[in-house]
Design a protein around this ligand. Structure first.
Ligand SMILES: [Fe+2]
Ligand SMILES: [Fe+2]
Length: 175
């Protein structure tokens, strides 16, 4: 991969120490397939997961927490493969917001071994919408980073991307 960028940052992440922590995950077909799902209207699920991974890593590193697990769990936290709107319509009795962390965890565990912190971050990233209390400080932080990224992805003025979307009815290529 030549170039990788988090929304809101100009840095090429392939040239940062962060990249080495997630490089193996970026090779996984399932992770790359997240590009095919729209997320938060103006981005795709891969870009959202990358954003959460990168900013979660930065925050945990600054606070001297487990930045490696934060980066890896961030990239996997929304590893599910259905359109959010379709899921809500087909299963109104089980809310997507509570259910998709379990699906993401199940999918991630099929691909690789996770540590306890990574599991907790993926399973409880929607807290307080999910019932269980997070066990780790990193999990509380990912709940905040996830929401911060969602707002940023939606609100950040990106006229080129918006124009591309209006013209082609699809998101521009992210990676
Ligand atoms: Fe999520
Ligand atoms: Fe998310």
């Amino acid at each position: 991969m030549q170039y990788l960028k988090a929304t809101g940052s100009k840095k090429n992440l392939t040239e940062s120490e962060y990249y080495a922590l997630i490089a193996d995950l970026l090779e996984l077909e399932e992770v790359r397939n997240l590009q095919n799902f729209r997320h938060h209207i103006m981005t795709n699920r891969f870009q959202h997961c990358l954003n959460v991974s990168y900013y979660n890593y930065k925050l945990c590193k600054a606070l001297r927490l487990d930045a490696v697990s934060a980066a890896r769990a961030g990239l996997l936290h929304d590893l599910y493969f259905y359109d959010t709107k379709e899921y809500t319509r087909s299963s109104p009795e089980v809310r997507h917001s509570k259910h998709h962390p379990e699906i993401a965890l199940e999918n991630a565990e099929k691909l690789l071994e996770l540590n306890e912190k990574e599991r907790d971050m993926i399973r409880n990233h929607m807290f307080p919408m999910t019932f269980a209390l997070p066990k780790y400080a990193e999990t509380y932080l990912i709940t905040l980073v996830d929401k911060y990224c969602a707002v940023m992805e939606f609100m950040l003025p990106q006229p080129k991307r918006l124009l591309h979307y209006i013209r082609h009815k699809q998101q521009p290529e992210q990676i």
